[in-house]
Design a protein around this ligand. Structure first.
Ligand code: 3PG
Length: 394
């Protein structure tokens, strides 16, 4: 159920789980994308006269309340982004939260303190969930990016209160459905990033679902090594060569093409402006490091993007944070963005570094959907159930 099904909420207390786990440096939010994403849900609920009570976690506090993990500065940033007052209560349960909620008028917005100040939150402890539920009549979950956690505020509350997906959760699920759930074929996936070890389940799942899988980034080296290529001093998890081989076998059985780099940008040092050359993958010297995929590989990736009707992307193709090793990621991102703008491609990207890489390429806005979720996006790509989503479907 979405906000279309929520009915008359004038004067009702609506607990809204949002993701305010945003990057903060010296007390200032450095990337407000997640705050911007929840604005439509808040505006809609408040516009209908609800008392909007925001629940969120921030960081991973270990020992109860601490100023370092307080949501108070983020309440201020949220008010700035929303362009409206956002109240703050220094606890998410008990009298402090209760009296702040009792003082709300129709349409007001209030943020409660970090739910993770209580260990019970992460244990999905029913007694704690009830204390959270005491401040609401209705539950709206707008935090897809925290939906891989079965916590009180992400999963438990949906068992106690009438529950609905917020607009961001809805948009995210619709985009993901287009990406892998029920995609227009052919589907091409681009997976990059440093290590295979963090993405084994994801690769195993993708080869069964997509028509072609482009592997880039440091993790491609493990696949190249598994195939017998000498990758010199490149980042490589040699112990995972058997896993990489198994992934290639499963891909072949499922009819999924695996596209590995045929050339690479190779340097002797990993630093900005290091001398580098583009060479065939078979010619990497013993002291060389592959830090980006080369021009021929970029052309091949472009051809696969041209053939695709749907593209799913997670992880950069090279060490994009250091120039000139961002070229392949930028070129492929621009290519996918142009196809998307031309109406020829559905492009869905997400997870960790991917958003930063697409922002770096200046094309994040041109993709069909860019998820701000890290872990939740990966678990979705792995085909795992997301407790915070499943409970809403039940
Ligand atoms: C995220 O930042 O990916 C989400 O907010 C989840 O945070 P967590 O990994 O600490 O649960």
């Amino acid at each position: 159920k979405t906000l279309d099904d929520i009915g008359n909420i004038s004067g009702k207390r609506v607990l809204v789980r949002v993701d305010l786990n945003v990057p903060v440096a010296e007390g200032k939010v450095t990337d407000a994308t997640r705050i911007e994403r929840i604005a439509p849900t808040i505006a809609e609920l408040s516009g209908k006269g609800a008392k909007v009570i925001l629940l969120a976690h921030f960081g991973r506090p270990k020992d109860g309340p601490s100023p370092e993990f307080s949501l108070e500065p983020i309440a201020r940033a949220t008010a700035e982004v929303l362009g409206r007052p956002v109240g703050f209560a220094s606890d998410c349960i008990g009298d402090t939260a209760g009296s702040a909620v009792a003082a709300m008028d129709k349409g007001d917005v209030l943020l409660l303190e970090n739910t993770r100040f209580y260990k019970a939150e992460e244990k999905n402890d029913p007694a704690f969930t009830e204390r959270l539920a005491a401040n609401g009549d209705i539950f709206v979950n707008d935090a897809f990016s925290a939906a891989h956690r079965a916590h009180s505020s992400t999963e438990g509350l949906a068992h106690l209160l009438p529950s609905f997906a917020g607009r961001t959760m809805q948009a995210e699920l619709e985009a993901l459905e287009k990406g892998l759930g029920n995609p227009v074929r052919p589907v091409v996936a681009i997976v990059g990033g440093a290590k295979v070890s963090t993405k084994i389940d994801l690769l195993m799942n993708l080869v069964k679902k997509v028509d072609a899988l482009v592997i880039g980034g440091g993790m491609a080296n493990t696949f190249l090594a598994a195939r017998g290529t000498d990758v010199g001093k490149s980042l490589c998890e040699h112990d995972l060569a058997p896993t990489a081989k198994q992934i290639m076998i499963e891909a072949a059985e499922a009819g999924c093409a695996i596209i590995l780099p045929v050339d690479g940008v190779v340097a002797k040092e990993f630093k900005a402006g290091a001398a580098c050359e583009t060479i065939a993958i078979s010619d990497v010297p013993a002291d060389g490091m592959i830090l980006d995929v080369g021009a021929k590989t970029v052309t091949t990736i472009g051809e696969w993007i041209d053939r695709a009707a749907t593209l799913v992307w997670n992880g950069p193709l090279g060490a994009f944070e250091i120039e000139p090793f961002d070229h392949a990621t930028v070129a492929a991102a621009k290519h996918a963005a142009a196809r998307t703008k031309a109406g020829k491609l559905v492009s869905v990207a997400g997870g960790g570094d991917t958003v930063a890489a697409l922002n770096h390429a200046g094309v994040a806005d041109d993709f069909t959907y860019v998820s701000t979720a890290g872990g939740a996006f990966l678990e979705w790509m792995e085909g795992k159930p997301l407790p915070g989503v499943d409970v809403l479907k039940r």
